[in-house]
Design a protein around this ligand. Sequence first.
Ligand code: 2RA
Length: 342
Amino acid sequence: RKYNIAILGATGAVGQEFLNLIEERNFPYDNLKLLASKRSAGKIISFMGKDFTVEEATDDSFKNIDIALFAGGSASTKFAPAAVKYGAVVIDNSSAFRMDPSVPLVVPEVNPEAIQQHKGIIANPNCSTIIMAMALKPLYNQAKIKRIVVSTYQAVSGAGKEAIDELDSQVQAIVENRPVEANILPSASLPKHYQIAFNVIPHIDVFVEDNYTKEEMKMVHETHKIFNDYTIGITATTVRVPIYRSHSESINIEFVEEVSVDKAKELLAAFPGVILQDNPAEMLYPMPLFTSNQNEVFVGRIRKDNSVQNALNLWVVGDQIRKGAALNALQIAEHMIEHNLI
Ligand code: 2RA
């Protein structure tokens, strides 16, 4: 069977990756509708030898659509109800519905069973949460997790195409000894902006309770929901770094019982969607240089944390636009097709 697909946010970094992946994975589509804001409507995108004109999204855009892939942003809140009303399954990469009890929050390799509870919308977790969840799940299957301390090193792609372009232009300006412009990071909506080239910014999204950021609290609340385990202690520090596409994460995990380094390596190497890259003698460890544009999440630098009982340190790297967003969403659709859920 083939499916009628709509991509909302087709002209952004995640929207473009949806198209790359649909082609690469030979996703069974019949009709494809590319939707965006009024500003982007009219753009021509050539895809698989055909030219598609990007249309301005309206409620009626979702008539006869089977699967609506939402790249993210405020448009999700606006159009999800209409898409569901028209009978489409919405797979939404925005944060709008992630904590809604009636909306499954899914990483297909981690909690696929949640998909069938959907009421029309399935939420894609935040990129940094997905990447961490892929490393946690094989270990969590072995031993319950008591506490997680995570620090992230997040690519500019997480802040969209404009942030990627801004890193580019800042590096060019510095190389050519011209003044550097900063208009996007930490977030376009904030009153102040900082240069990201040759800098790191310990601020992603906006500040919330206890001077954590929304990004840090997403890692806490979304991980609890995905694992359906609200007893795990989680604390996060999320940082923007001058990297184009991959998010890196330093994760310290405390288990209720010992998980040896060898056991952890065995479990991670066997987990679908994870690649173990851990051989210090060969200087082998995950780096954005190797993980960008890849589908898997890469794990290395696995060490016993000798400062406390039953704890390990991991270094985890994954492509934010692929597994962190577009690939995870498309895999949810693939899972639904495979299990006749759509
Ligand atoms: C970021 N995780 O990296 C957020 C949203 N994609 O900016």
